[in-house]
Design a protein around this ligand. Structure first.
Ligand SMILES: *Cc1c(COP(=O)(O)O)cnc(C)c1O
Length: 430
């Protein structure tokens, strides 16, 4: 079929391109972007929008960051891609060194994957192969907490929240996993020993079939934007140790400073056996993720079937262009400014958003690190809300009853102020 040239860009996009979680028959509007710089996205129609989303947690250093731009250009002039099977290169080696340096011991064996969901698949495969290598194939189930999100591939979907995830659509095609209730206590609540009881029971009952626990530490992102008490994570780590179960921390959204710590696990002083990283890894320039594990896990897999090989190897594994940009993004993180940037954003969001708890349209306003959430009483009409936000000169993409922002770390107070007043105006208008 020849591309219908009579269609405008807008019409072609609507008729021929899928967008995330969007119907081809009744698509939500999509706005064409012409460029972006710093914390501002410019639409083709001329509007300038302050970005509240960091393009889904990713663009932490801002669009067209001069350091990232420069490295990307340099790497294109060197080599953009080369297969990772049997070949290796400086950008991957450098990135690997930085990750090992940044992560707590004993996390040190790095699998460079091509997207967050894939890094979750790789983490799950690692746990399955770890138990296979010890001739314990019955340890093949995953335990997770409700309210989570781990990606859109099938194993990742199986551990997403069973109600607001995609279980109902794919039903039998999705593996059955074990779900503990979502933690009730927030980081601000007083810890109550009884709130971990169900977790303890689940471990006692299921540990013989459990390969691993997978969870998002402290902040549950796309599954509901909830923040939970670090003691849950401490308890789960202790139970994993007691019952011989591996712990996978999915830090794809929380990694690299977003929650006020470099990694969210630090809030509970817990080290997982496997960590998944993505989203902000390249500063949001292109897709790249990493699954990092311990020498113990890697060496155990190495004693197992398939000649000890980890059975995964995507075509674009270790893509040099993405690795080079990720490496520079981590260098920016290592300069340390993120700490002050995130704490300024957190304080500002607390000042402006928490008072909105007073509004009858708001069920709960909450802030953790550089993440601000208004959980509304009513479902948000996304198309209508976005028209209002564009009029205000901001880019915010709500889902369900959640209006939330996690802006780029480099955002100015003035820009933050515009974002917060747009959120307040929306909450007052409904
Ligand atoms: C976004 C996300 C994923 C999936 O990453 P993709 O790059 O979209 O595949 C997995 N886990 C968490 C916690 C995420 O936020």
């Amino acid at each position: 079929m020849t591309s219908p040239s009579h269609l405008s860009n807008e019409a072609f996009d609507r008729q021929h391109l899928w967008h995330p979680y969007t119907s081809m028959s009744h698509p939500l509007p999509s706005y064409e972007v012409s460029s972006a710089k710093g914390a501002t996205i410019t639409l083709k129609s001329g509007e300038q929008l302050i970005d509240g989303m960091s393009s889904w947690w990713a663009v932490i250093h801002g669009y067209r960051n001069p350091r990232l731009d420069k490295v990307a250009h340099q790497q294109i002039d060197t080599v953009s891609h080369v297969m990772f099977g049997g070949l290796t290169h400086e950008p991957a080696i450098k990135l690997g060194r930085q990750l090992v340096d940044m992560l707590p011991a004993p996390l040190e064996k790095v699998f460079i994957a091509d997207s967050g969901s894939v890094s979750v698949e790789v983490a799950i495969k690692m746990t399955l192969q770890y138990w296979l290598a010890q001739s314990r194939p019955e340890k093949s189930k995953l335990l997770t907490i409700k309210g989570g999100y781990h990606g859109d591939t099938f194993k990742a979907m199986s551990v997403c929240d069973p109600e607001n995830g995609m279980h109902s659509f794919f039903n039998k095609a999705i593996a059955t996993q074990i779900f503990a209730d979502a933690p009730e206590l927030t980081p601000d609540d007083e810890w109550d020993e009884t709130s971990g009881q169900q977790l303890t029971l689940w471990f006692e009952q299921f540990h013989k079939e459990l390969a691993a626990v997978i969870l998002e530490p402290i902040v549950q992102g796309a599954g509901g934007m909830r923040f939970y008490h670090p003691n849950y994570l401490k308890l789960i780590r202790a139970l994993c140790d007691k019952y011989d179960v591996l712990l996978i921390a999915d830090e794809i959204a929380t990694g690299f400073g977003r929650t006020g710590k470099l990694f969210a696990c630090e809030h509970a002083e817990v080290t997982p056996d496997i960590i998944c990283l993505g989203k902000a890894l390249t500063g949001g320039y292109m897709t790249l993720a990493a699954t990092v594990t311990t020498a113990k896990v890697a060496e155990t897999i190495g004693q197992g079937p398939a000649g000890g090989a980890l059975m995964h190897g995507p075509t674009f594994m270790g893509n040099p262009l993405a690795c080079a940009v990720a490496s520079e993004s981590l260098a920016i993180i290592s300069d340390g400014n993120w700490q002050q940037q995130v704490s300024i954003i957190e304080k500002y969001l607390k000042d402006k958003l928490l008072p909105l708890n007073e509004l009858s349209s708001v069920r709960d306003a909450r802030v953790f690190g550089a993440i601000g959430v208004l959980e509304m009483e009513q479902r948000i009409d996304v198309a209508e809300a976005q028209r209002l936000f564009i009029k205000h000169g901001v880019w915010i993409r709500p889902f369900g009853r959640l209006l939330y922002i996690m802006p780029p770390y480099i955002i100015s107070e003035q820009e933050l102020s515009t974002l917060c007043s747009a959120m307040a105006d929306y909450a007052k208008s409904v």
